[in-house]
Design a protein around this ligand. Sequence first.
Ligand code: FES
Ligand SMILES: [Fe+2]
Length: 321
Amino acid sequence: MSLEACESINQQGPDFPIGWYSVARGHELVAGEVRRVQAFAREMALFRTRSGTAVVTDAFCAHLGAHLGVKGRVVGESIRCPFHGWRYDASGQCVEIPYCKEIPERAQVRSWHVSETNGDIMVWYHPEEAPPLWEVPELEELCSEQWSPPQYWEFTVPNHVQNIAENTCDPQHFQYVHRMKDTPPQQVDISEDGRVLHMVADASMADYPHDLHATMHNPGLAIVRTVYGPEAEMLVYSTAQPTTLEETHLRWTLTVRKEIVDAVGDDVMIGIMEGIDDDMPIWRHKIYREKPVFCKGDHALIGFRKWVRQFYLDPPSTDER
Ligand code: FES
Ligand SMILES: [Fe+2]
């Protein structure tokens, strides 16, 4: 098989990385609501119990496989299958079969670990279903008097979540894709425990000079601070829903310091969205190179690829030459 043929098989990227991913905005799911969700290339059911807990389960009923997220009904703290009325509690255990007293042992569906933090309903992904290894970081700014009420933005990107995250550590593309005059000097540091990646870029050459601080907790879970000066800060909190290996839905929550709310806000965000439009054709058509040929100038990208390995049980290798 030719090399190009091999790569076309691996077009989409590696497996889904371990970590926290969003499946909905918390405020969009009222108590008693049921939804169909697609994430990690599988079907899921999302519902909010009457007492307010968000629950995510595998979609298909243990009985005859009806989709719980399509016409399923919330009953108290459980979801009722639309087909024959079997009810599952938040842990995924079947708690009632309306026409039979005895509940078979295997009458259960997988319930996913959920964390409702910073306004998003987050699900923990681990290929071997291990419990969460860390928590979703809480952002005080999203409920602080000194920051503007959050604004929400969403968009779908035709690529693997790792490839989108990789863009943060790719200063060179700014000149060519985003027509920036120069390459912003960038530094990538990894936290002591190795899990959190910090990227700092000095964009003093931009139209609005600023520093950029991006903190990535796992691919797709990032906090990006743009610092224009003291008390002149903008924060974008980004979560991702990898629907498949080739498509990722991004949810951004934006807040700015009240001092600059009139100066920043919409214009800057529209500028960022136009920037995303520039990236789209590249993302849509690029392949995933498991072993890219890197040069010495690619140190931020090399740092990213080293960091990202920990989110896979079978890590993608990197050619660092
Ligand atoms: S398929 Fe769900 S109760 Fe029968
Ligand atoms: Fe970009």
